[in-house]
Design a protein around this ligand. Sequence first.
Ligand SMILES: *Cc1c(COP(=O)(O)O)cnc(C)c1O
Length: 381
Amino acid sequence: MKIERKILLNPGPATTTDSVKMAQVVPDICPREREFTEMLAGIRSDLVRIVHGSQEKYTAVLFCGSGTINMDVCLNSLLPEGKKVLVINNGAYSQRAADICEYYGLDCISLEFEFDRQPELALIEKKLAENPDIALVYATHHETGTGLLNPVKEIGEIVHRYGAVFIVDTTSSYAMIPIDMERDNIDFCMASAQKGLMAMTGLSFVIGNRELIERSADYPKRSYYCNLYMQYEFFKKTGEMHFTPPVQSIYAVRQALDEYWAEGEERKWQRHTRVYKEICKGLDHMGFRRLLREDQQSGLVAAVRYPADFRWNFEEIHDYCYAHGFTIYPGKISGTDTFRLCALGAIDDSDIRDFFVVFKEAVDRLGIKIPVRYGGERDGR
Ligand SMILES: *Cc1c(COP(=O)(O)O)cnc(C)c1O
């Protein structure tokens, strides 16, 4: 079977290989069968291995849902009674974490920073020093809305010095940017199958310190479906997910993990880097300006400012690219008009060169001159 190849330059779900797509087509199976739980055990240990965690110290707890379920699970399950959570907030995804805290009525300090630069470590330390009742600190590794990379290792070092637990949203960096739980001072990280792993939507997972999960057994229970300890304990007892897993998506994850190991951590990251560089090269050629300074960049998402041209029409450009097999994506920053080109998925630099042929046509058709123009001030990139 030949499946038409689409290049997704949106920030996930990502382009997948045909072998991952086809891995979902399996004989019907009840997920309570041993054959299935054995596969789950292998997947869980691989998920820990990707972030270089020891199997004794860390475990992967699976959930059925999109990546946001992990954020919900970690925040509602890991906060002891009478303690505070500190959210390091410099983008749309950290804001989502602060919103989750608000929905659960958690005592939360949302420490806000500019969306286009890394947070000041001294201010994080000051908050921790002023609030000895902060038990949890939450940060986003890669703010997918802007492409900003946060210095989690440095933040984690401070968090641990103050005796708090460090949760990192690694949804859009996991299995792309090399992560090492121990080295990077991370107690909990998370991702979903459709981003770095290049598998299908439907499976998400939290990777965390077993001892800390055990300790959360008698923390306040704020959710039923999304309780970390409950799901962990069920895995421990039975090796199964408590409720029905996304069976076919999990077969795709198994295949995607095999392909991850075959490509290798380093080579995969090199490929994403190659794709990102090709994106930047194409944008630079056309005169587009990127939002972030290069030293703040994850190397996975280019957020691009709209040019100052009344003919610019993102929708039309999107539709033309989409009709030619390429999906581009709007930005996620209030007050600044941007679009995004992302280096996730099973793509390579040649796909990006093909994309720019189509993208140039789309811009041309609107009568916009290349290089594109921006208004007066020469803001830094
Ligand atoms: C994609 C993503 C999520 C999860 O978003 P969903 O829409 O639930 O898949 C969470 N955090 C970050 C940083 C992400 O990029």
